[in-house]
Design a protein around this ligand. Structure first.
Ligand SMILES: Nc1ncnc2c1ncn2[C@@H]1O[C@H](COP(=O)(O)OP(=O)(O)O)[C@@H](O)[C@H]1O
Ligand SMILES: [Mg+2]
Length: 355
C-alpha cells in the first residue's frame, strides 16, 4: 500500500507485508520513516492513497470504522489519557462507549489495572498523579478493555526512562504469553525491537521495507548497509541473546560463607549465604577477623542462570570485579564461574563447526 499526504509527502511508498496472528511484530525505523502513518492505516484513522489493508482477511474499508476500532486496541506515547477522568474511568471508557453498564465497565477496569500490574487503588487517581510508567500501563489497560484481538502500539514506551521501559517491556511479554494478541508494535529503538519482536520489520524513509525477519536472522544477516548500520556495530554481541550456552565450560572458585571465618587468600573468593547463594566477592589479600560480614565484600556483577542465552554469561563475566562470571542454578544457588574467554571460545568453536 501507499500513502501520499495532500502536501505531496510520500510517507509510505509501496509496502506489502503479512503479520502473523497471535504474535508481536515490531516495526522499527528512524523518525519520519512512516511508522505512525502505517499504524493509522490499519485502524482507518488514515486511508491509504492506494492498496488495501486486510485484518483477518477483511478489507478495513469494508468495515464500519467504529466496529473496526473496537477490535483494535491503540496505545500511543504519553498514553494519551483523558486528564479530567479518573484512571478507572479512563480504562472504562471504551466498554461504556460500547454500551456496557457503568458498574460492569468499572469492575472490569479494576481487573485490567491489576492485569497490567497496577494496584486497583490507583483507579481513583487522575492521570497527572501517576508516574510516566504507570500512565503507560493505564494506556495498555485501556487498550485491552474491549478485549480486542489486535493491538497497535505506537512508541508506547519511548517517553519513559530506560529502567522503567525495561519493566514495561517485560510486562508486555508476560501479558502477551497470557493473551495471545496480534500486536503491531512501533519503535525507533533496535534493542526494544529485538527484545519484543517475534518478527521485526526494519523500515527506512518513505516506508520502504528494508528487511523483515526474525531478530536472530536480522542480526546474523542484515540485508543491506542500511540495516547493518541500524542494527549497529555491536550486533554480534546483541546476537548472543539468541545463542544457547550448551557446551560452555564452567570452572570453580574458592568460596567462603557469610557469617563464618574466612582465610585470607591471594585469589578472589566468592562469598555465599547459608543457602549457597552468591552475596559478593572477597578481594585477594583481605584479612577478616571474626565472622565474615557483608560490608567486607565487593559487590558482585550480574549473575548468569545456567542454560540461559550466552549474552548473560558474557555480561556476568564482564561485570564481575574478579572477571569471573558467577553461574547459578534456577534457585539462585552457586554452580560455577565462567570467564569471557570461555564464552568467546565457545563462539569460536561453534563458528568452526558451521564453517
Ligand atoms: N498529516 C500529514 N501531512 C503531511 N505530511 C505528514 C503528515 N503526517 C506525517 N507526515 C509526514 O510523513 C512522513 C512519515 O511520518 P510518520 O508516519 O509520522 O513517521 P514516524 O512515525 O516513522 O516518525 C514524515 O515525513 C512526516 O513529516
Ligand atoms: Mg511516529
Amino acid at each position: 500500500m501507499r500513502k501520499q499526504y495532500d502536501n505531496g509527502t510520500v510517507a509510505v511508498h509501496e509496502l506489502s507485508l503479512v503479520v502473523e496472528t497471535g504474535t508481536i511484530t515490531v516495526f522499527v525505523g528512524p523518525s519520519g520513516c512512516g511508522k505512525t502513518t502505517l499504524m493509522r492505516m490499519v485502524n482507518r484513522m488514515i486511508d491509504p492513497s492506494s492498496g488495501t489493508v486486510l485484518v483477518n482477511g477483511t478489507d478495513v474499508r469494508e468495515s464500519d470504522p467504529a466496529r473496526l476500532r473496537r477490535g483494535i486496541g491503540y496505545v500511543i506515547q504519553q498514553a494519551g489519557l483523558f486528564p479530567h477522568r479518573t484512571v478507572l474511568d479512563n480504562v472504562a471508557t471504551v466498554p461504556l462507549l460500547f454500551g456496557q453498564r457503568r458498574r460492569e465497565a468499572r469492575s472490569r477496569a479494576g481487573e485490567l489495572l491489576e492485569l497490567v500490574g497496577l494496584p486497583s487503588e490507583l483507579g481513583k487517581r487522575y492521570p497527572a498523579q501517576l508516574s510516566g510508567g504507570q500512565q503507560q500501563r493505564v494506556g495498555v489497560a485501556r487498550a485491552l478493555a474491549a478485549d480486542p484481538p489486535v493491538l497497535l502500539m505506537d512508541e508506547p514506551f519511548s517517553a519513559v526512562d530506560p529502567v522503567v521501559r525495561e519493566g514495561l517491556q517485560d510486562e508486555l511479554l508476560r501479558l502477551q504469553a497470557e493473551l495471545d494478541k496480534t500486536v503491531l508494535f512501533v519503535t525507533h529503538d533496535i534493542d526494544e525491537a529485538i527484545k519484543l519482536g517475534e518478527k521485526v520489520a526494519v523500515l527506512r524513509q518513505g516506508g520502504h521495507l528494508a528487511q523483515y525477519a526474525e531478530p536472530d536472522d536480522l542480526l546474523a544477516e542484515p540485508a543491506d548497509d542500511f540495516v547493518t548500520s541500524f542494527v549497529g556495530r555491536d550486533r554480534g554481541y546483541r546476537r548472543l541473546s539468541f545463542v544457547d550456552s550448551d557446551g560452555i565450560r564452567t570452572g570453580q572458585v574458592d568460596t567462603v560463607r557469610v557469617g563464618e571465618t574466612a582465610r585470607p587468600s591471594v585469589e578472589w573468593q566468592l562469598a555465599l549465604d547459608a543457602d549457597g547463594r552468591p552475596r559478593g566477592w572477597l578481594e585477594p589479600g583481605t584479612t577478616v577477623s571474626g565472622p565474615l560480614a557483608e560490608d567486607q565484600l565487593v559487590a558482585g556483577g550480574s549473575l548468569y542462570t545456567e542454560h540461559a542465552p550466552l549474552r548473560g554469561a558474557l555480561d556476568a563475566a564482564l561485570s564481575a570485579p574478579s572477571g569471573l562470571g558467577v553461574v547459578v542454578d534456577a534457585d539462585g544457588g552457586y554452580v560455577g564461574v565462567v570467564t569471557a574467554r570461555h564464552v568467546l571460545d565457545l563462539i569460536e568453536r561453534r563458528r568452526d563447526a558451521t564453517a
